[in-house]
Design a protein around this ligand. Structure first.
Ligand SMILES: Nc1nc2c(ncn2[C@@H]2O[C@H](COP(=O)(O)OP(=O)(O)OP(=O)(O)O)[C@@H](O)[C@H]2O)c(=O)[nH]1
Ligand SMILES: [Mg+2]
Length: 225
C-alpha cells in the first residue's frame, strides 16, 4: 500500500542554524515517505528562509505568532497527515514515524508527551514544569480529559482534524487550544512518549509569565465558547 502524504509544519523565528541540521535529519528519517516541509517564518533576519529553501522546504510568512503561523501552515498543507514541529532541535526526528503511525492507525490527533514513561525533557526549568502541571490539572478537571502534558508542540493530525478544530490562537496558547478543542469535539486522541532536547542554538521565544497568562486565558475562555 502506498504511504500517506505527510506535511510537516515548522514555525520559525531566527532558527537558521538549527534548520541547517534539522532539515537534513528529517529528510533522512522520512526517505521512504512522501512528504513536504513547510516553514512558516516570522520575517527572520538570520537567513532562516534561505536555509529552508536550499533544503527543499516551502516557505510561508506570518507576522504574528507561533499559533497563527501553525494555522497558516495547516491551511496550506497538502498532506493527509499533518505534523507540527519546532525548529530548535528540541524535537527528535526519529519520533516522526510514531506520530505518523498513530494517524495511520485511525487516531485524529497524536500528542507527544514528556510525562509518559519513555518521555522526558532536558529543556524544562522547574517553574515551567510546575506551571505545566497546574495547567494540565486544570484542563483535565474542567474538560473531563486525561492528558499528561499540555504545552508541547510535537503533534500529528489527520487532515480533517486540522479543519474541525477551528483554531484561532495567535501565540503560544495554540497547543492548549488544540488539547481543549480535541476533547470538546470528541476527537480520537492518543498520547505517545516524547523526549524534548535542549534547544540547539539561539534563544527561546516563549516568556514564561506573559505566555503562561495567555495559556491560562485560553483554558478559561474555552469553557464558555
Ligand atoms: N512563525 C513564528 N514562529 C515562532 C514564533 N515564536 C516562536 N516561534 C517558533 O516556534 C517554535 C517554538 O518556539 P520556542 O522559542 O522554541 O518555544 P519553547 O520551546 O516553548 O521555548 P524554549 O524552551 O525557550 O525553546 C520554534 O521553532 C520558534 O522558532 C513566532 O512568533 N512566529
Ligand atoms: Mg524551544
Amino acid at each position: 500500500m502506498q504511504k500517506p502524504y505527510v506535511s510537516i509544519i515548522i514555525p520559525t523565528l531566527n532558527e537558521a542554524k538549527n534548520l541547517r541540521s534539522l532539515l537534513p535529519s528529517i529528510k533522512n528519517t522520512l526517505r521512504d515517505y512522501r512528504y513536504e516541509i513547510i516553514i512558516v517564518d516570522k520575517n527572520s533576519n538570520d537567513g532562516t528562509a534561505e536555509v529552508a529553501k536550499s533544503n527543499g522546504a516551502k516557505v510561508l510568512y506570518d507576522s504574528k505568532g507561533k499559533g497563527s503561523a501553525l494555522i497558516k501552515g495547516f491551511k496550506e498543507a497538502k498532506g493527509s497527515i499533518i505534523i507540527s514541529m519546532d525548529a530548535d532541535l528540541s524535537h527528535r526526528p526519529t519520533e516522526l514515524k510514531l506520530l505518523i503511525a498513530a494517524i495511520e492507525a485511525g487516531y485524529d490527533v497524536c500528542m507527544g508527551s514528556r510525562f509518559l514513561t519513555g518521555g522526558g525533557s532536558d529543556d524544562m526549568p522547574a517553574f515551567r514544569r510546575f506551571g505545566n502541571k497546574v495547567f494540565v490539572y486544570m484542563v483535565n478537571a474542567l474538560y473531563n480529559a486525561h492528558y499528561s502534558d499540555l504545552c508541547y508542540g510535537y503533534r500529528s493530525f489527520s487532515r480533517s482534524a486540522t479543519k474541525e478544530l477551528g483554531l484561532k490562537s495567535v501565540g503560544f496558547g495554540i497547543e492548549t487550544e488544540i488539547s481543549i478543542k480535541a476533547r470538546k469535539k470528541h476527537l480520537k486522541v492518543i498520547e505517545i512518549p516524547s523526549f524534548e532536547k535542549k534547544r540547539g542554538t539561539g534563544v527561546g521565544k516563549l516568556h514564561s509569565f506573559r505566555d503562561g497568562y495567555i495559556i491560562l486565558k485560553t483554558i478559561l475562555k474555552n469553557i464558555s465558547d
